[in-house]
Ligand binder design. Structure first.
Ligand code: SAM
Ligand code: SF4
Length: 337
């Protein structure tokens, strides 16, 4: 811990009294998939000199944990395609104050990376899976191979993570007919699953997001045609609202940025791989941590000061409107979803 760290608060608290103890770190904007809700077919990726090095990402993580952050999620882009990402994971796994190190992945690299990730201290994984039909999976991801992802999920199960949760973005007329099958798949494998409403981040050029909107309430109704959903107060530090399926015990979460805004108890911020600290998923309020990292190399207090000050500009919440052109031009893959 740095010598002057006593002058810093032990917790990050914003002006609405919300404690921020969770950071999502995007380790790359690149990805081997091009999911239709996340990216445009032709994406331009950042040149190497504009992205934070693994060492810089580690320094930011240290600063956050010294300020009370207890959970870090590595995401992207596809976090597991960043070269040498395991070396960062290993270092983060050793941060003494971190309770939870989790990763969100599309599953494409898990056949060879699940075991090393588990060995490096990752206890929980989120794996995205929007379809169980090869052709539809290809259609939604544009480049993904379902069989490889399914093998990756099995490798993750074999690696013995404490918890694996599937994430599915459901779009009307694309995969809404798979809600029951996805839940059955999760139940059979003993995994949790969360359904996510599509958010209007970036121009994607594939579909009209308002037309494709399929609400959490509709998904719940689909599930209730076959199962009994029991509300549960269980929480993971994220925005999901959870239910248990009475018949199978499966935990089902709903992330509903449109129908059930989750801003009141927001406890998180995001770091883009360019070093921009985003205070809200759906707003542009941000602080440039790369500039601080590179102007004051090795000065952890400069970094911590900037992070503490950023709490003053964390907005009250987002206000997505699917009927409007996106107000947020950064894609989810740049944001660190
Ligand atoms: N590549 C990894 C993956 O797909 O899991 C991690 C990054 S991805 C941006 C994180 C999560 O964001 C995925 O579960 C993905 O389905 C979700 N996502 C991407 N774009 C989205 C959007 N526009 N609205 C809602 N969720 C989105
Ligand atoms: Fe890649 Fe994940 Fe975005 Fe799909 S959702 S394009 S896998 S970053």
């Amino acid at each position: 811990m740095s010598k002057l760290s006593k002058k810093f608060p032990k917790q990050l608290i914003d002006r609405f009294g919300r404690v921020v103890d969770y950071v999502r770190i995007s380790v790359t904007d690149r990805c081997d998939f091009r999911c239709v809700y996340c990216m445009d077919e032709k994406m331009e990726f950042l040149p190497r000199e504009r992205i934070l090095t693994l060492e810089e990402l580690h320094r930011v993580a240290i600063a956050f944990t010294e300020l009370g952050v207890r959970k870090i999620r590595l995401t992207g882009g596809e976090p597991l395609v960043r070269k040498d990402v395991l070396s960062l994971v290993e270092k983060l796994g050793k941060l003494p104050e971190l309770n939870e190190l989790v990763i969100t992945t599309n599953g494409s690299q898990l056949t060879h990376m699940a075991k090393p990730l588990r060995a490096s201290g990752v206890k929980r994984l989120n794996i995205s899976l929007d379809s169980l039909k090869s052709e539809k999976f290809k259609n939604l991801t544009r480049t993904g191979d379902l069989q490889n992802v399914l093998k990756g999920i099995d490798s993750a199960i074999d690696a013995g993570f404490d918890n694996i949760k599937l994430n599915a973005v459901i779009l009307r007329n694309r995969n809404e007919d798979e809600v029951l099958d996805l839940v059955k798949f999760s139940s059979d494998k003993g995994l949790d699953i969360s359904f996510i409403e599509e958010m209007p981040l970036g121009i994607i050029g594939d579909h009209d997001r308002a037309e494709a909107y399929y609400s959490s309430d509709q998904i719940k109704a689909d599930l209730q045609s076959q199962y009994t959903l029991i509300p549960t107060p269980e929480k993971t530090a994220g925005p999901s609202k959870y239910f248990r399926i009475n018949e199978t015990g499966t935990k089902v979460g709903f992330i509903s940025p449109h129908s059930h805004n989750f801003c009141d108890d927001c406890n998180r911020v995001r770091l883009t791989v360019e070093g921009r600290l985003l205070l809200c998923l759906g707003q542009e309020h941000s602080v440039d941590l790369k500039q601080i990292l590179r102007s004051f190399p090795g000065d952890i207090d400069a970094l911590k000061s900037a992070i503490v000050d950023s709490m003053k500009i964390k907005p009250k919440g987002h206000d997505f409107d699917l009927a409007e052109k996106p107000l947020i031009f950064r894609h989810m893959s740049h944001t660190g979803g």
